[in-house]
Design a protein around this ligand. Structure first.
Ligand SMILES: [Zn+2]
Length: 335
């Protein structure tokens, strides 16, 4: 057995742990809403949650009870541009207004569980991952990529740089432009969605090619995202020597076995020799059991048969206390 102290001193792995977040991760992190109790919507209830959205859709004669991405896609395809713009504005305003609670959240733990060689990709528009990054950045954190845009992020397409929407490009001093949030899903063409988004997807390819561990958290891989799945899968497959690999899914607890099996099947093509592992909560995942050392603990177990001691992550409200706890592991990571 490798003790927590021994594992903390092992920073031998360079291959990344890659995490993909969907709306279910934000829902799990904020089951009672944001700091002000505002509901974090899923695509299925977005039209009912964002104030005014059902009215705009009703005025345009659109059934708002359907999945929001499909509704929006229909609007764009039908050329109903005024409505599409009103919808975008309402969605942007609502997600921008969401606020992190001051106490520690699951997103703080999620970010602090990875280190700078690792990467996190999100499809979410909400500001929680970005805001959690801002308040924990004293520690080395994973690289972040916003695959569908984000309400806090702006970019300079010319220099392919991004940062807080309120900032300016460090190379040309022009204010960062907001990212487009909404992508018509039926005909998603990531390659046509601007230089910034292209760069995000190129990065995704690079990380997926080299990933040792892949965690999918709260993302159901809907059939409407077939193009995204195809891109990620082809990058994962580009590495021919992928003998050791681990794919884990974090989804809701107590899923019916049918539903659980369906979700696992969607990711099975990423795994050639192993099964996809499914967890009902973040706390059960490798991220929470072996924070910042997921790849090292996995390699020790799979190649030498040596299990690692499970970390006792403090589940307390004080953010500073958890930052200090993760900091004691991070101190061995060098610069
Ligand atoms: Zn620039």
């Amino acid at each position: 057995m490798i003790t927590c102290d021994e594992l903390a001193r092992d920073v031998s792995m360079t291959r990344p742990h890659v995490v993909l977040l969907g709306a279910g991760a934000s829902k799990a992190a904020f089951p009672y809403g944001d700091a002000d109790g505002r509901v974090v919507p899923l695509m299925d209830d977005l039209a009912q949650v964002v104030p005014g959205l059902d009215r705009v859709l009703a005025d345009a004669g659109i059934d708002s009870s359907r999945n929001f991405e499909e509704v929006y896609s229909g609007l764009v395809e039908a050329g109903v541009n005024d409505t599409a713009r009103s919808v975008e504005k309402l969605v942007q305003e609502y997600f921008s207004s969401l606020r992190m609670p001051s106490k520690s959240t699951l997103y703080d733990h999620l970010l602090l569980s990875l280190r700078s060689k690792d990467a996190m990709f999100t499809f979410n528009w909400d500001p929680f991952l970005f805001d959690a990054y801002e308040r924990n950045r004293a520690l080395a954190l994973p690289q972040l990529y916003f695959l569908h845009g984000n309400v806090r992020v702006g970019c300079c397409n010319r220099h392919r740089l991004w940062g807080p929407q309120s900032a300016v490009c460090p190379l040309c001093s022009t204010p960062f432009e907001p990212l487009p949030l909404l992508y018509p899903v039926r005909n998603k063409r990531y390659s046509d969605s601007g230089d910034y988004m292209n760069a995000q997807w190129e990065n995704a390819r690079g990380y997926f090619r080299n990933a040792l561990i892949f965690t999918v958290f709260g993302y159901s891989a809907p059939s409407s995202d077939a193009e995204a799945m195809r891109l990620l899968n082809s990058a994962w497959d580009e590495r021919g020597d992928r003998l050791v690999e681990h794919v884990e899914i974090i989804d809701r607890p107590n899923l019916e076995s049918d539903e659980s099996q369906q979700i696992q099947n969607r990711w099975q093509s990423f795994v050639h020799y192993h099964h996809v592992i499914m967890w009902g909560s973040f706390e059960e995942s490798l991220l929470s059991r072996f924070p910042r050392r997921t790849c090292e603990s996995f390699i020790q177990a799979s190649t030498r048969g040596l299990p690692s001691e499970i970390a006792s992550v403090p589940r307390v409200d004080e953010l500073e206390e958890i930052q200090q706890w993760y900091g004691r592991i991070a101190q061995f990571e060098g610069s």
